[in-house]
Design a protein around this ligand. Structure first.
Ligand code: FPP
Length: 225
């Protein structure tokens, strides 16, 4: 049976979920944040899972209408401030990947505070990708290696990424799209993929459990036979 140590999720379909109900897209994001809480709690209590990486905001998401971008920023800030108890109760350490420099001081402060408050939690590391693009991450990693006068190698680039390299075992994308969208390109070299039609606001731990069962029974070869 395969071990699931690192799970990564592209949370897609918030907008369509809201549209189907005649609601504003922002309602989909709000419901999506609740699903983030449910899935994180589930993963924290699933002993084998050490890391959960969630794609919350890509380097391309700035192209959305200003109102939606502002709403997402406020939602994130509120979530990081209000969920401290959930992080502590479930022993979840909070981390980020991506370039945080364009964010507001309020959001940056909320990120820093939550990282500090949760740094000793051991059950799960939740990594939220914010203003993240994998090509951007790889370019920044290569620059770091060169600045340190190290030789370019798989190992040196891996250790210069935004968080120390951790290979993704399973990548899930919701909402029926079959794309990777510039997420964790380096870390998914040998990942298993699972695409579900479920829109992110309808995703839940029961479906995740079924997907994990499916993953467990797959044959992984890592290039061997
Ligand atoms: C994709 O759906 C979702 C996003 C770009 C934002 C993800 C944000 C959340 C799940 C909520 C807040 C996150 C945290 C970590 C608390 P979409 O808007 O692209 O949906 P669509 O493809 O149906 O339009």
């Amino acid at each position: 049976m395969n071990k699931l140590k690192h799970l990564a999720i592209i949370m897609d379909g918030n907008g369509r979920w809201a549209k189907q109900r005649g609601l504003n897209r922002t309602k989909g994001h709000e419901r999506g944040a609740e699903v983030v809480r449910e899935i994180t709690t589930y993963c924290a209590n699933y002993e084998e899972i050490e890391t959960l990486t969630l794609y919350a905001f890509s380097t391309e998401n700035w192209k959305r209408p200003k109102m939606e971008v502002n709403f997402l920023m406020k939602l994130l800030e509120r979530y990081l401030k209000n969920e401290l108890e959930t992080y502590m109760e479930n022993e979840v350490r909070f981390e980020t990947i991506g370039d945080l420099s364009p964010f507001s001081n309020g959001l940056k402060r909320a990120i820093k505070n939550l990282k500090e408050a949760t740094k000793n939690n051991k059950k799960l590391t939740q990594i939220i990708a914010l203003n993240y693009g994998a090509q951007d991450e790889i370019v920044r990693a290569v620059k770091r290696v060169l600045q340190e006068n190290k030789e370019i190698s798989v190992e040196s680039i891996s250790s210069a990424l935004d968080t120390p390299y951790s290979e993704v075992d399973l990548l899930i994308r919701t909402s029926g799209e079959f794309r990777v969208s510039n997420f964790l390109l380096w870390q998914i070299a040998y990942s298993e993929f699972y695409f579900t039609k479920t829109l992110w606001p309808d995703f839940n731990s029961a479906e995740l459990e079924k997907i994990i069962d499916n993953f467990k029974n797959r044959e992984r070869k890592f290039g061997g036979i």
